[in-house]
Write a protein that binds this ligand. Structure first.
Ligand code: SAH
Ligand code: SF4
Ligand code: F3S
Length: 460
């Protein structure tokens, strides 16, 4: 699923005691970061640090950061300015930067930013309690070591989602793909998969706790693999998905992100066969031009990508497909841009996340290619892409008119007290009149109209 960059959530209420130190957290970046923050809160809780949703109550502020684009980092600097103001009135406050930006900037964060007491990379969260003690004695504490093994498999995340319906489960960490524009392999380290038994245990716990949906997370879930060595049982992503779906028929299973190069027919048949595996695949194309895809080191051509789209359409009935697009990558011409637009038309995406290329220091593109598409052109192309996707999304919703979807209720609609909202298997938001259902219930909803963001319907 889309990495909703620069997503923020604050700590939910629930834990307050008088003697413990209080932690306030903010999380930016992708779902992986949201999931990591839940691990961090769990580690802190085991060390008598309680979680508060109120920044003014905090003894410790941790900000879990994202480096994916420059504007993601800008936003973090903005928040650090706000924390600086708070620290002026509260000198004992500990401020920590964790996550991808901590990994990318390392000591620099401590040197340039006198405010920061603590810098911790994504593989060092177990060290938090020790580093916190160091920071408490006035030292500046840092651990940005990346690991080949760490998957936090044994840690039970403290769920911070808005409802008790849907939860994230990390199944792997890191990435080995080295797409030339991308900072993730540098901030998150080598790809490693988590022991399937620990994954099933976590899913089982969620199911027993009343959850109705889990999203299995990895940067490239299709390369999940456990027990590839001789003599051990091997589990690939398709096996993991099927076993989760069969063992927990009450749960809906989602997953993200799929890499177009590795999405196999075996996986598509597994999705088609299991009613509780959601019919939605996030398959980021990035560009529609084979020349640009090559420069991006994506490992597939336009034709190969479209062949996978055709395979999805032929194997899975009514499967939503979404994408990420980067516009204005190094040397992108008007012709390349047109190819992206035509690929989007051909793939007929249900939704898309669209970005202007942002050069990231240290990546292959930054070292070897020139970021030579002028900002105005990037903006103009992005506008064109967003407009086209608006039309494609509307077309996709129009095609749903009159159809009935099984919707998992998530909560009350933001716009009206009298309406509920939930999601279809295709991951489309559906709004409908409140008939007394609760979050976690299912409703069969017939679509009667739609807005740019949602389907609207009536219970049948
Ligand atoms: N692992 C996932 C996505 C990781 S980041 C995948 O491979 O699809 C989420 C999205 O951010 C990417 O799909 C890409 O579209 C975008 N992105 C990554 N690096 C970027 C950069 N330097 N500039 C602009 N967008 C970028
Ligand atoms: Fe980045 Fe590519 Fe890995 Fe996705 S697959 S995280 S875009 S390097
Ligand atoms: Fe995610 Fe941003 Fe890191 S997208 S992996 S938090 S750089």
């Amino acid at each position: 699923m889309p990495l909703k960059n620069a997503n923020t959530f604050s700590s939910p209420a629930g834990f307050t005691t008088v003697n413990c130190r209080r932690l306030y957290m903010e999380t930016y970046g992708c779902q992986m970061n949201v999931s990591d923050s839940e691990v961090v809160i769990s580690i802190m809780k085991d060390n008598d640090v309680v979680h508060t949703p109120d920044i003014n109550q905090a003894d410790i502020i941790l900000i879990n950061t994202c480096s994916i684009r420059e504007n993601a980092e800008q936003r973090i600097w903005g928040r650090l300015d706000v924390f600086r103001q708070i620290k002026k009135t509260k000198p004992d406050l500990i401020v920590g930067v964790i996550g991808c930006m901590a990994e990318r900037l390392k000591e620099k964060l401590l040197e340039e930013e006198k405010l920061v007491d603590l810098v911790i990379g994504p593989d060092a969260y177990r060290e938090l309690p020790v580093l916190l003690e160091e920071a408490g004695t006035g030292q500046r504490a840092i651990n940005v070591l990346l690991s080949r093994e760490e998957t936090y498999a044994d840690i039970s995340p403290v769920r911070t989602g808005k409802n008790n319906v849907s939860a994230f489960v990390s199944i792997m960490r890191g990435c080995n793909n080295f797409c030339s524009y991308c900072v993730v392999p540098y901030t998150r380290g080598e790809e490693r998969s988590r022991d399937p038994e620990s994954i099933f245990r976590e899913i089982g716990g969620l199911s027993a706790g009343g959850y109705r949906e889990v999203t299995l997370l990895g940067q490239n879930v299709n390369s999940y693999g456990w027990g590839k060595n001789p003599g051990t049982t091997s589990t690939d992503f398709s096996d993991l998905l099927e076993k989760s779906a069969v063992e927990y028929p009450d749960l809906r299973i989602r997953f993200s992100t799929s890499h177009p190069r590795d999405i196999s027919d075996k996986l598509l048949h597994t999705i088609a066969r299991n009613p509780n595996i959601c019919k939605h695949i996030h398959l980021p194309a990035q560009s529609g031009s084979s020349r640009i895809l090559k420069l991006m080191n994506r490992g597939y051509s336009r034709e190969e990508y479209l062949e996978r789209i055709a395979a999805i359409r032929s194997i899975i009935n009514d499967c939503a497909i979404s994408t990420d697009i980067i516009t204005g990558f190094c040397s992108e011409t008007e012709e390349d841009h047109m190819q992206t637009l035509s690929l989007m038309e051909e793939a007929a995406y249900d939704f898309a996340y669209m970005f202007k290329y942002s050069e990231r220091p240290g990546t292959d593109a930054a070292e070897k290619l020139r970021d030579d598409v002028p900002e105005e052109i990037k903006s103009k192309r992005l506008t064109g892409i967003i407009k086209l996707q608006g039309r494609l999304s509307a077309r996709s919703k129009a095609a749903d008119l009159g159809k009935t979807f099984r919707v998992l209720v998530e909560g009350r609609s933001k716009k009206s007290e009298l309406e509920l909202y939930g999601r279809s298997s295709q991951n489309k938001v559906v709004v409908f009149p409140d008939t007394g259902l609760k979050p976690g219930d299912y409703a069969n909803i017939k679509v009667t109209r739609f807005t740019p963001a949602t389907l609207i319907g009536l219970p049948v």
